[in-house]
Design a protein around this ligand. Sequence first.
Ligand code: NMX
Ligand code: MLT
Length: 430
Amino acid sequence: MVGLKGRLAEQVPGLREQGRALGKEHGDVVISKVTVAQAYGGMRGVIGLVCDTSVVEPDCGLIIRGRPIGTLAERLPEEIFYLLLTGELPSAEALASVQEELRQRAQVPSYVWDVLKAMPADSHPMTMFSTAILVMERDSVFRRRYNEGMGKDVYWEAALEDSLEMIAKLPGVAAGIYRMHYGKGDPIPPDPKLDWGANYAYMLGLPDPDGEFRNLMRLYMTLHCDHEGGNVSAFTCHTVASALSNPYYAVSAGLNGLAGPLHGLANQECLKFVVELREKFSGVPTDEDLYKFAWDTLKSGHVIPGYGHAVLRVTDPRFTAFLAFGARVCPNDEVFRIVDRIFALVPDILRQQGKAKDPWPNVDAASGCLLYHFGLTEFDYYTVLFGVSRAMGMCSQLILNRALGSPIVRPKSVSTDWIRGTVSKKAEAA
Ligand code: NMX
Ligand code: MLT
């Protein structure tokens, strides 16, 4: 079967059987323990989630279905979506079929624009984006079919339907937000001849004489698509969807987590940091000036945006892919050169400070300077781009979770008194 739904329908019974068998035959095997430090420390390192779309290895970064992200950089985002869901790269025919599905569903409902226009003019673009997704919930097939009594075995089909509708529309919604928020004119309708990522670039309406901005947008959409199941947006989306809230509710919720400066908003913060540096030193700072600026930032209690990671312990391969794109397309661009110099100096500074467990750059350290080069200089918009791409990962995880019949997420919490009592009992027993 060529279509995405057909291929999933072939795979779902096997996935279910595998999950059922592992739970039944090995349900008591301990795969993680939890310490007091972890309970207070953001559950770092606790293994408590299953996510088959991708894994993040501390020493090499994002791996999608066994393929390191660096090897997928030339692939179209639609191919990655197919890969996330099925574990396979699509044939040419299957790719054409996914692209056609998305093309047919790309029209943004007019009520979305009415709602966005009614919002305060100074709303953050991420608030507009999350709101736009939430209002489209009225069209949820999952909600309608659930109310009609749909069986648990077909939840994934309704989740796929909503996901395809949403993913198809997100570039148009996001580009429309850009044009509306920054006074660039009416939304530009999609060009049916273009692929999903190129269409997003086209609908933003920025000049692209040599097609490199389109290439950047395809790369951007591919690199940000997923980052296993425990990051704030994925975990939020998973938790919300586990209550059988439909994909619109769940993805909108996930995006509200992405909008935090320690998560996706770091790309905005990063460009702000770079532009401040350029203004303060009227161009690319000397290494000495940059060194002092970075230390002043740390001493004032702020983080260096774009550096550090909860899981990674090496340079993020997504950063490396962006840096390679910049080195090819805009090696002499001032903002790009500053990003490159920060990369040369900041890891050592963070190591000297001795706090961050990972002194290396993450994806957010390099993405913004390339957007800036192509004239997308409004950096408070950058997290929306991240969100359009990440919707593919959130939706893929959600569809697979409904296929597996994953239950509602409900870990147990305990009080500080409980922890104190447990610690004392252990100390007495020792
Ligand atoms: N600059 C300064 N201090 C840092 C940095 C940094 N880039 N990264 C970590 N630290 C500090 C951190 O604030 C903490 O300090 P304290 O003990 O005073 O609370 C200490 O180092 C230990 O933190 P870690 O265990 O290394 O990091 P954690 O896993 O808690 O957090 C991040 C991971 C990504 C939230 C953290 O590295 C950070 O805040 N980085 C800057 C923001 C950023 O780039 N976020 C984007 C992540 C990627 N994404 O797109 O989501
Ligand atoms: C992501 O892409 O989601 C970030 O790198 C954050 C994370 O994985 O925790």
